[in-house]
Design a protein around this ligand. Structure first.
Ligand code: ATP
Ligand code: MG
Length: 208
């Protein structure tokens, strides 16, 4: 499961836990990105902060792991590079890339690097996410590049989690509570390191 995880929240954890169960996965590897190609790097917390929060959030789950594969790779973090690297590290392994409906929509619209190759190399699990609608049939008709590998795309209903990192950052900045939206250790980490308190203009929603 890739993401910016700025910060990691229960929407990510529920999605990962449900995918682990529904698809019988051996492990769920959380892969915080270094430099998300779709986001302004100045708007994103340092990779080490995001890595450590993800580590704290997943530490108690026996099958959740965190990878430094993108954090340690210079330059923009392209998922295709990560999947190729994982394929070399675990030959014969079967990979399922876990996303929310918004991210899967970007992939199917061809907005991620080498989207067609990505769809060939691994399965995708698209979780329901409030505010985003998944319609694979419509996409396959409109975006023929995704057509050949649509059988690798799986959808998954999860309990609706209207949580986003953008909202959590805004809440911290405005002094509103984030308890029960993120794990306790993540909340304490945010306070300890004084994250998200500076006004980063503008306070717009950032997705992807
Ligand atoms: P931001 O608001 O900064 O974009 P985010 O909450 O969308 O943050 P990301 O790190 O961008 O979190 O997302 C990582 C992955 O988790 C993406 O595939 C995204 O679709 C998925 N995801 C995030 N929040 C949810 C949620 N509440 N329900 C389902 N999937 C989610
Ligand atoms: Mg996002």
């Amino acid at each position: 499961m890739g993401g910016t995880f700025d910060p990691v929240h229960y929407g990510h954890l529920v999605t990962a836990g449900e995918a682990h169960w529904q698809f019988g996965l051996d492990v769920v590897l959380f892969v915080p990105n270094r430099h998300p190609p779709h986001k302004d790097p100045h708007d994103v917390s340092s990779p080490e902060h995001r890595y450590l929060m993800t580590f704290l959030a997943t530490a108690t789950h026996p099958r959740f792991m965190v990878s430094r594969i993108e954090i340690d790779r210079p330059g923009p973090s392209y998922t295709i590079d990560t999947i190729r690297e994982l394929g070399r590290a675990y030959p014969g392994g079967e990979f399922f890339y876990i996303t929310g409906a918004d991210a899967l929509g970007q992939i199917l619209r061809g907005e991620w690097r080498d989207a067609e190759e990505l769809l060939r190399l691994c399965h995708f699990i698209g979780a329901s996410r409030p505010g985003y609608y998944l319609d694979l049939a419509q996409w396959s008709a409109a975006h023929h590049h995704a057509g050949p590998h649509l059988h690798n795309i799986h959808t998954m209903e999860i309990p609706a989690m209207a949580i986003s990192s953008t909202d959590i950052r805004n809440r911290v900045r405005e002094g509103r509570p984030i308890t029960y939206l993120v794990p306790e250790a993540v909340e304490q980490y945010i306070v300890k390191h004084n994250l998200y308190t500076e006004a980063r203009a503008p306070l717009r929603g950032r997705t992807g």
